[in-house]
Ligand binder design. Structure first.
Ligand code: KG4
Ligand code: ZN
Length: 336
């Protein structure tokens, strides 16, 4: 079964072809440039850019996969959560293409696609596992019992981790999306000059909160000498506070569930300090850590093609109604 996957939930247009026998045949990605110019994603501009790029990207992706349209057996597209105009581009395109080719289509949940992305790798986790989903829009700990069987153990009460990284980076004067830039700046930082809190770790439970940390960074920066070294020191302390908090909650979740396979997924999963901290945690607990390659941590078409393939192979299909869901609970996408 060969599936074309389309991702247009935010500001990346991703397309991929996944073959149930041969694996991933090709994937292409276009990352929009406007967000860096405007300090964030402008929804209407993002939609128009998706519209401009989607046809050439699909052509390119099929060419790289060495197949024609007629060889596709199904189309999977991100139907939410995300920006409504952006989602509509991928959904309308995906459904129209499937209709014209008389093949099934399937609406994919963006976070489920992130969650399953580590299964694309040769070192893939078996079910059940624990997943830390950390992206620009979401932060959650999920117990994954099987395909479509997800229980959310903890979520952020305010900002998502990626959002906290981006907002903190902005107030330190870094360009959008600031997360990776802040991580690079932190490499030049030294510990010890500033003390940052570890939010919510003294409270029971697995929920997160990151907005206080962002405010703490702002006041620390405003009261500092604002030198380049201070900027790097603050970036390092912010990153360490986030990473420590995530590590402590992952530890707690592993103890609570008894699960020893931990998956990191979502854009912030590209953060090397986070990967390293979780690697040590899992080693101490004699568990195993899994993550997608860096390019499949952030938004991409491969995870959508793959997630769509797993569901389509089970016989799931879109109904006749056309729906995109800018807000969509992960647990309401469950099949099991
Ligand atoms: O999953 P993703 O590509 O898009 C969403 O679905 O949100 O995640 C993007 C987020 C952004 O907030 C970006 O700053 C953050 O992931 N990010 C990072 C790193 N790479 C991407 N944050 C910290 N360190 C990184 N290396
Ligand atoms: Zn994402």
């Amino acid at each position: 079964m060969i599936i074309l996957g389309i991702e247009t939930s935010c500001d990346d247009t991703g397309v991929a072809v996944y073959d149930g026998n041969a694996g991933l045949l090709s994937h292409v990605l276009y990352s929009q440039v406007e967000p860096a110019l405007y300090g964030g994603v402008v929804p209407e501009l993002a939609s128009r850019d998706h519209l401009r790029k989607i046809t050439p990207l699909i052509e390119e992706c099929l060419k790289r996969a060495g197949i024609s349209r007629n060889e596709i057996d199904g189309v999977a597209y991100t139907a939410g959560p995300g920006l409504i105009g952006a989602l509509l581009v991928g959904a309308v395109y995906g459904r129209s293409l499937a209709w014209a080719l008389e093949i099934p289509s399937l609406a994919v949940h963006h976070m489920e696609a992130h969650l399953l992305a580590p299964l694309l790798e040769t070192h893939a986790p078996e079910f059940p596992f624990l997943a830390l989903l950390v992206s620009g829009g979401h932060t959650m700990l999920v117990e994954v019992s099987g395909l479509g069987q997800y229980q959310i153990l903890g979520e952020t009460l305010d900002d998502a981790v990626g959002e906290a990284f981006d907002k903190t980076a902005k107030l330190l004067g870094l360009e959008y999306p600031g997360g990776p830039k802040l991580a690079r700046l932190a490499e030049q930082g030294h510990h010890g000059k500033f003390k940052f809190p570890r939010p919510m770790v003294n409270r029971p439970g697995l929920d997160f909160s990151f907005s206080g940390l962002k405010t703490h960074t702002l006041t620390t920066w405003q009261r500092s000498d604002q030198s380049d070294q201070t900027r790097a020191d603050i970036a390092l302390e912010f990153q360490s506070a986030v990473v420590d908090t995530l590590r402590i909650k992952c530890h707690r979740a592993m103890e609570q569930t008894g699960l020893r396979r931990l998956v990191i997924a979502g854009g912030v999963g590209a953060n090397l300090a986070l990967r390293s901290a979780l690697h040590h945690l899992v080693k101490d607990l004699e568990g195993e850590l899994f993550f997608p390659r860096i390019e499949f941590c952030t938004d991409n078409g491969a995870m959508v093609a793959f997630c769509g393939y797993l569901h389509l192979a089970q016989g799931e299909r879109d109904g006749s109604e056309f729906i995109v869901r800018p807000r969509w609970e992960l647990t309401s996408s469950q099949s099991g």
